[in-house]
Design a protein around this ligand. Structure first.
Ligand SMILES: [Fe+2]
Length: 395
């Protein structure tokens, strides 16, 4: 994967940051300052304190005595943070955030502000639970959509929400054929095969929770990369996206095994660029082919429609009443379609579990230029145990 030339933190803070602060990036950063204690950043030999000062972002040289959190980053790690190649979570999981004071969670709280300042990415600020499209029309994110809806209508909705469900895309016979392929691949999967993710059940046993690169050993699954229905849905907003089968984990299958699990089976609120690579992979579109269907009992997709293209701070359960929250129950043969950077979650099943969803993800040309065959940004977490990931994230 391509990296970036190292950015000199001294030069950047002296020559670049003042312009950012008085321009649009600074104004965007201000939107996220509420409640943040001063942040001390030690980068190589240099040190700076970022703070909210009368609703403005101010950056001073040195570490101030009132910094609630002080972290030390190598110049390369900080360069990755500035360029979005790696997020704070990815740096923390890799052991590249050294906390001198406070916790890594404080750095996570600052991250929307840092992304706004460094890259001009807006912070998502919902104004209630409604979503409107670009014509000012109210959009129902849970609408019943099918392939019979015209492209223009689907595109308007998808542009507004970044997530939608399309009913009845695959027939029962097609789903049965794909299920048989998943059964075959799941039976052959082993924890050390580099082609699967495993969680741990209550008895301490390893349980398969994801197959990756499923298209490598299945012609019917590989054919989905060119399925005209999926190509049509993926291309509603950007017609230059293409399905990846040989990188970014190819076509993958999420399996929600029954029971309580530890590890990577259930994924809390995240974006698919949550470890990094936003500028490379967004606006990728992930299409979830519902093999079993999904419900609260089996675990389903949840999302904050309209949060895509921006940084959406992690919502609490209470926040969900005031944001455009949607849960997406499905039947077998439906598909979910989401933009990589819409905030979404795959919560634990409320009941017995057992959901299976196959993901075909369509990426922009930048992804294929910068991420080589066999590479994926998720490699970072797949190569670590659940305990190591939790420890890195300060959980
Ligand atoms: Fe995701």
């Amino acid at each position: 994967m391509l990296g970036h030339d190292r950015i000199d933190a001294e030069t950047y803070h002296r020559d670049i940051v003042p312009g950012l602060l008085i321009g649009a990036p600074g104004r965007r950063a201000e939107a996220g300052l509420t409640g943040l204690d001063p942040l001390g950043l030690r980068i190589g030999e240099g040190a700076w304190t970022y703070r909210a000062h009368r609703d403005r972002l101010r950056i001073e040289e040195g570490i101030a005595a009132d910094a609630g959190c002080v972290v030390r980053l190598s110049p390369d790690a900080w360069t990755d943070l500035v360029t979005l190649l790696r997020t704070a979570a990815a740096l923390a999981i890799a052991g590249d955030v050294h906390t001198e004071h406070g916790s890594v969670a404080d750095l996570f709280r600052w991250e929307p502000v840092l992304r706004a300042l460094y890259q001009g990415i807006e912070i998502y600020l919902p104004h209630g639970p409604q979503v409107y499209d670009r014509h000012g029309e109210l959009v129902d994110p849970a609408a019943e959509l099918t392939l019979d809806h015209p492209d223009g209508e689907l595109a308007d909705r998808f542009e507004a929400t970044g997530v939608m469900r399309v009913r009845g895309v695959f027939t029962a016979a097609e789903i049965a054929a794909l299920e048989a392929e998943v059964d075959r691949l799941a039976a052959a999967a082993r924890p050390d095969d580099d082609r699967s993710w495993w969680a741990e059940n209550e008895a301490g046993e390893q349980v398969l929770c994801r197959l990756v690169y499923a298209s490598e050993h299945s012609a019917p699954i590989a054919a989905l990369a060119h399925d005209p229905r999926l190509v049509r849905l993926a291309g509603l907003l950007h017609d230059d996206l293409a399905a990846s089968t040989d990188r970014m984990e190819g076509i993958s299958v999420l399996l929600k095994p029954p029971g309580r699990l530890k590890g990577l089976a259930n994924i809390p609120w995240h974006t698919d660029c949550g470890l990094g690579g936003h500028h490379i992979m967004c606006p990728s579109v992930a299409i979830g082919i519902q093999l079993t269907g999904s419900s609260a009992e089996t675990g389903y997709l949840e999302a904050i429609p309209g949060s895509h293209g921006r940084t959406c701070p992690q919502p609490t359960r209470e926040d969900l009443a005031n944001v455009p929250y949607v849960a997406v129950p499905t039947d077998p043969g439906d598909v979910t379609v989401h933009v990589a950077d819409v905030l979404h979650a795959s919560p634990a099943p409320a009941g017995v579990g057992g959901r299976r969803t196959m993901y075909v993800t369509f990426h922009p040309p930048t992804l294929f230029e910068q991420v080589g065959p066999g590479e994926a940004i998720n490699d970072l977490i797949r190569s670590r145990t659940a305990g190591e990931v939790d420890a890195g994230l300060g959980r």
